[in-house]
Design a protein around this ligand. Sequence first.
Ligand code: F6P
Length: 324
Amino acid sequence: PKKIAVLTSGGDAPGMNAAIRAVVRSCAYHNLECVGVYRGFQGLIEGDFKELNARTVKNIINRGGTFLKSARSKDFLTLEGRKKAFENLQNENINALVVIGGDGTFAGASAFAEEFNFPIVGIPGTIDNDINGTDYTIGYDTALNTVVEAIDKIRDTANSHNRLFLVEVMGRDAGDIALNAGIGAGAEEILIPEQNMGKERLLESLSRSKKSGKTSSIVVVSEGDQIGKNIFELAKYIEENLKEYEVRVTVLGHIQRGGAPSCYDRVLASRLGVGAIDALLGGETNVMIGIVHNKVTSVPFSEAIKGNNEIDEELIRVADIISI
Ligand code: F6P
């Protein structure tokens, strides 16, 4: 390829800017032209492009969000929309594309790459960490740190009032944020979609720990968990049946998506950005660049979005043991 376009799509994640920067600078290093596409696939359809060079991406490695902006494009789901996107790429003489996003982004990219025989490489950017073929996604580490910082604060007030807090965290259908932030923040219980605990067992466990001398409790609830889905109802249920704690709910929401990326996410984003251009230059297409056992690798998009998020049983065991 001679001219490469880069876009961010789906939910934003801290470190996306660092990834764009690495893509742009890697292009400059290899004497390739680079074009930024605003608002993800929607901007591709609308021809919202801007030439980027090594200096246009200065002072962004430390910034959350994505300066290219992001969108979840409905038009790109139609063949008509994708045709328009392809025409715009051709008119600009762009011959390869780097997409930064999550599973929805890769599904769209994969369809497009096959339909128009257009070289595309993906970079996993989502706080959810729910992508196969990479140990970590960009933004996940920062989100974990944000959640742990928030729960540390909640712990202060929970403890002062002898209260039980239900803290809802993001992750869509994946429990990675809940499980890891829960361990890091010393949560009493962690509810994740991959493992249905059931209300009764939760109650038993909370009651047991109260009897063992705990005076306050923090339960981390993943937004996709079966019994945690309606967190306010769950709070009422616990208060009515346990009768030993006042229960409060905190929904952390979108603060988990913002903020300066952690050093880990900046390094990850930089490695994957460089890896994406290396892959395109090596003739790869329809793949996602990931990190496995700390080595940069690639997997077909189809593999990356296979679903069935796997949770490490060892982590669940650790969480159980250290919350006794
Ligand atoms: O995929 C990232 C994510 O933040 C999920 O954790 C969450 O379920 C979803 O996006 C929220 O989407 P939106 O920002 O469109 O409300």
